[in-house]
Design a binder for this molecule. Structure first.
Ligand SMILES: O=C(O)c1ccccc1NCC(=O)[C@H](O)[C@H](O)COP(=O)(O)O
Length: 219
């Protein structure tokens, strides 16, 4: 199970997540988000995570910047991945991929109920709730129980939206994702990460979904 902790601004929290075996850390650069990080904070998060876990993935998360501009920013700051939320089209993704090869497409079945397998040109699909970063739970059960939906989604997708230490095991058992992503569920207040909740989330997700980067590196 691949684990991503998103919305980090404090390098100490990035180091903590990396030390506990998170496979990825995410930084949101979106001015209206309570998790918005500036360039200095973003660079510090990347450095802190890599100091603990050199192979960790670092993702820049955006929803308002033009795709090519976002990819250029991600490359300039040294991110591995660009995660695009919002109404970006195929041309936007192609533009971004020319600048940074690893692009993740975040979407929601609320806005795209007919999600097609042909939409999977990007490295990863991240299936989120209706409002990114809101912490709102959504019904993930059809992801595991609807074969047609599952076929459309394909493999290697990441479940997000409303996950927490308390519900991640149940969500994983229903949806059977390749990976999980959390932000609000490991916070004590919007934009304020809670190290204890990060630790509990990683432990609960590992118990439910199996090992990730640490075990892979050792094998
Ligand atoms: O987190 C935000 O504030 C945010 C703002 C704008 C675009 C995306 C944003 N977050 C995206 C994420 O990757 C979140 O981790 C994902 O939506 C899950 O959020 P949550 O329900 O808070 O766990």
């Amino acid at each position: 199970m691949y684990l991503k902790i998103c919305g980090l601004r404090d390098p100490a929290h990035a180091a903590h997540a990396a030390r506990l075996g998170a496979d990825a850390v995410g930084v949101v650069m979106s001015p209206r988000s309570p998790r918005h990080a500036n360039r200095t904070e973003a660079a510090a998060v990347i450095a802190a995570a890599r100091a603990e876990a050199p192979a960790i993935d670092t993702a820049l998360v955006v929803n308002t910047l033009p795709a090519a501009e976002a990819a250029a920013l991600a490359a300039e700051l040294g991110f591995d991945v660009l995660q695009l939320h919002g109404p970006y089209d195929a041309a936007d993704f192609a533009d971004a991929r020319r600048i940074l090869p690893r692009i993740w497409r975040a979407t929601s079945l609320a806005s795209e109920p007919d999600l097609r397998a042909g939409d999977r040109a990007e490295e990863r699909l991240l299936l989120d709730g209706a409002t990114p970063g809101s912490g709102e739970t959504w019904d993930v059960r059809p992801l595991g129980s609807d074969p047609a939906l599952r076929a459309r989604i394909g493999d290697g997708w990441i479940l997000a939206g409303g996950l927490s230490p308390e519900n991640v095991a149940e969500a994983v058992s229903h949806a059977r994702p390749w990976g999980v992503d959390v932000s609000s569920g490991v916070e004590s207040a919007p934009g304020v990460k809670d190290p204890g909740r990060i630790a509990r989330f990683i432990a609960a997700a590992r118990a439910a979904g199996g090992p990730g980067r640490g075990a892979t590196a050792a094998s």
